[in-house]
Design a protein around this ligand. Structure first.
Ligand code: IMP
Length: 191
């Protein structure tokens, strides 16, 4: 079965492909000729994920799924949330986003946070949402050099390593996206 994962982020394609059963082949946006930027104008993770999946279905005709992820920090009332990619500005710079987050949390005792991934699947005329959460806390300094985004400052609950100190397999096992992807896979398996 061929299905489009509506993303241009190769890190995410690798993460998800590693967890998919062999009979499901992921097509990237590039491989279907979609090179334009897909609009993400909703103000929720659910809205953005669905907007992206519907865009590909309507314009290119493929069944597809799209994800949207946000880092929700308790003492910042859920920020940066849906705005995680652009937290420090439209340049979408991961390092600047972390710098801003660490400044906002300076001297804050409560550093609880969670990553939330929503996957929207548009498949056989149905629209289905899958949610994955990973709870943890924000460290005071960066640790590790793997991963991307906020990985270097996210310490998942019950672990002593940040996401950036873990290999991909371990991050997939405990992480938000892996969690949502397993729900997506379970949906295909029980069909
Ligand atoms: P996206 O909408 O799924 O691309 O995610 C939005 C932003 O959240 C990204 O630009 C990253 O800054 C951050 N993000 C998403 N997933 C992860 C992750 O697994 N680790 C660290 N940061 C992430």
């Amino acid at each position: 079965m061929k299905i489009v994962f509506a993303t241009n982020n190769q890190n995410k394609i690798n993460e998800v492909q590693a967890q998919l059963p062999k009979h499901i082949t992921l097509l990237s946006l590039e491989s279907i000729g979609c090179t334009e930027e897909i609009p993400e104008t909703a103000n929720t993770l659910e809205g953005n994920a669905l907007q992206k999946a519907l865009y590909v279905k309507q314009k290119y005709g493929y069944d597809c799924f799209a994800d949207d992820t946000g880092l929700e920090v308790e003492s910042l009332y859920g920020a940066p949330g849906v705005y995680s990619a652009r937290y420090a500005g439209n340049q979408r710079n991961g390092e600047e986003n972390i710098d801003k987050l660490l400044v906002k949390l300076d001297h804050k005792k409560n550093r609880n946070a969670q990553f939330k991934t929503v996957i929207a699947l548009v498949f056989e005329e149905k629209e289905i949402l899958f949610t994955g959460i990973c709870q943890g806390e924000i460290t005071t300094t960066r640790k590790g050099d793997k991963g991307f985004g906020y990985d270097a400052v996210f310490l998942p609950k019950g672990f002593s390593n940040t996401f950036a100190e873990m290999d991909l397999a371990q991050k997939n096992t405990i992480g938000h996206r892996g969690n949502a992807v397993r729900k997506l896979i379970a949906y295909f398996v029980q069909k």
